[in-house]
Design a protein around this ligand. Structure first.
Ligand code: FAD
Length: 460
């Protein structure tokens, strides 16, 4: 790294990306001050109303490993080997995520993960964390960051240069830049909201722990991920208004009847459903498009602050962690913050757009097509093609979740070619071992480079 000394940076937001980035930069000898709106999570209860647990996959794991913090995170992880589909009649079916031993994803508690990352960051001599500091925005002209100290109820300013904003989907930094006309923001909100419900350990004991449970119902769905205390966190994704919607679930009876009709096997796992339903917040889901992400060498948006996405591919945090790893990698050879920030945006923009799009597409797959016979046939064919041509054909889901060496944009490009190829083989009733499959795969899918550990291992 050849940044001018002394290298010093502010990070706004000690969430998942901010805490990991602080650690990565501190390991490079950069002095980091982290400003966080919340109280110290090591001394307080987690905030309500946020996704309680998250799916962590290879991209996130790789970034945690880069910061040498993966071993501290490991005790928090619960392996999920596939989707457990719950049909209306109560039949369940496990669809494996991958076909190799290591092709699994992990459920992790947000609060615990954040706490471990903050602890690891604060253990580093180069990191200072200041809690209860709410960023109010930026004044780029005056090169100032504006803050409010929640404990003193006092506003103050700080020199800006350089600052990385990781203050999440509702970023105050991004909003103030947009107001000043320094960046353009487009927010695309879904007309579906979400609500989280807890399945207590005693009731959830019958659910398979090593799976992500899905109750797909066409226009909506319920999912559940395991927690380390034996409970599960369920999330209902449902239209905001209309005949089948959150708006239609205004009474305890309506909620009870809806669950009895749609999720009959989940109902006994939710003993206090009406009370939870009334008490828990209803969250919005959307995609944030912002451009540019950086203002010369003064400011950079990263993680959800730059590109929040819908959660249906379980990749928002993974993408934010990959942002952190990429910025760290780009420090090698960067001569100035402005060059670093520009190279970061150049490298990540196309990939962020690709995962934003794939996340939207995955909502349809999860709530609907996982039960479709054609989908299941093409999925089986995709797995068979991967076994036959492991260096050329990797199902798109696997590229995104298990192959961090394949950028998101590349996964999306190849995924489109593969989908077309699957349709053609399906229409021709040609299997993975057919000459047609060999001809199409070789003509359309150039070999992938084997980079990641275990990436192109032979199947079993
Ligand atoms: C329902 C749901 C389910 C999800 N599931 C998954 C999943 O399974 N897998 C996955 O990879 N991703 C998932 N995500 C996405 C994931 O939560 C985000 O992508 C991830 O949290 C982004 O990290 P971040 O650090 O950029 O933002 P955040 O984690 O939101 O952190 C932002 C931090 O900034 C602080 N902050 C905010 N405003 C200010 C301010 N003005 N001043 C100072 N500090 C401030 C906040 O308190 C917070 O600590 C899900 C999201 C939702 C909503």
């Amino acid at each position: 790294m050849t940044l001018p000394a002394p290298a010093r940076v502010n990070i706004v937001g000690a969430g998942l990306a901010g805490a990991l980035l602080a650690l990565l930069l501190a390991r490079r000898g950069i002095a980091v001050t982290l400003y966080e709106r919340r109280a110290d999570p090591r001394q307080s209860l987690p905030e309500r109303g946020r996704s309680i647990n998250l799916a962590l996959a290879a991209r996130g794991l790789r970034a945690l490993e880069r910061a040498a913090v993966l071993e501290r995170v490991r005790p928090l992880l619960i392996e999920m080997r596939g989707r457990m589909i719950h049909e209306r009649g109560g039949t369940t079916l496990l669809q494996a995520y991958g076909q190799r031993e290591h092709e699994v994803i992990y459920s992790v508690g947000r609060a615990e993960l954040n706490r471990v990352l903050i602890e690891a960051a604060t253990r580093h001599a180069n990191v200072t964390v200041r809690f209860n500091q709410q960023c109010l925005g930026v004044n780029v002209g005056a090169q100032q960051l504006l803050f409010r100290d929640a404990l003193q109820a006092a506003a103050y300013q700080l020199p800006l240069v350089p600052t990385i904003a990781t203050d999440g989907a509702g970023s105050a930094v991004r909003a103030s830049l947009a107001t000043a006309g320094l960046l353009a923001v487009r927010e695309e909100w879904l007309d579906h909201d979400y609500k989280e419900l807890t399945l207590p350990p005693a009731a959830a004991g019958t659910l398979e722990r090593h799976a992500l449970h899905i109750w797909p119902r066409g226009g909506f769905m319920l999912i559940a991920l395991p927690n380390t205390d034996g409970s599960f966190t369920a999330t209902l994704f449902l239209a905001r208004t209309g005949p089948v919607s959150f708006a239609a679930l205004a009474s305890a009876e309506a909620v009870q009847q809806f669950f009895a009709r749609e999720f009959a096997d989940a109902l006994p796992l939710l003993p206090d459903l009406p009370a939870q339903f009334a008490a828990h917040p209803q969250g919005q889901l959307g995609t944030i498009h912002a451009a540019p992400w950086h203002i010369a060498g003064a400011l950079l948006l990263l993680g959800d602050a730059a590109h929040a996405i819908v959660p249906f591919h379980g990749q928002g945090m993974n993408a934010a962690f990959e942002d952190c790893a990429e910025l760290d990698a780009l420090l090698d050879g960067a001569d100035s913050w402005s060059e670093l920030f520009a190279r970061f945006e150049q490298s990540r923009r196309e990939n962020s757009a690709a995962i934003a799009q794939m996340a939207l597409e995955n909502y349809l797959e999860m709530r609907d097509t996982v039960l479709d016979a054609g989908f299941l046939r093409r999925k089986a064919l995709a797995m068979a093609l991967e076994r036959r041509f492991p260096d050329r054909f990797i199902p798109r889901y696997s590229m995104v979740m298990f192959h961090p060496e394949i950028p998101y944009a590349e996964a999306r490009r190849r995924g489109t070619l593969q989908e077309q190829l699957l349709q053609e083989l399906d229409t021709a009733a040609a299997g993975a071992d057919s000459p047609l499959a060999e001809r199409l795969v070789h003509a359309r899918l150039p070999p992938l480079r084997a980079e990641a550990p275990g990436a192109l291992r032979p199947t079993h």
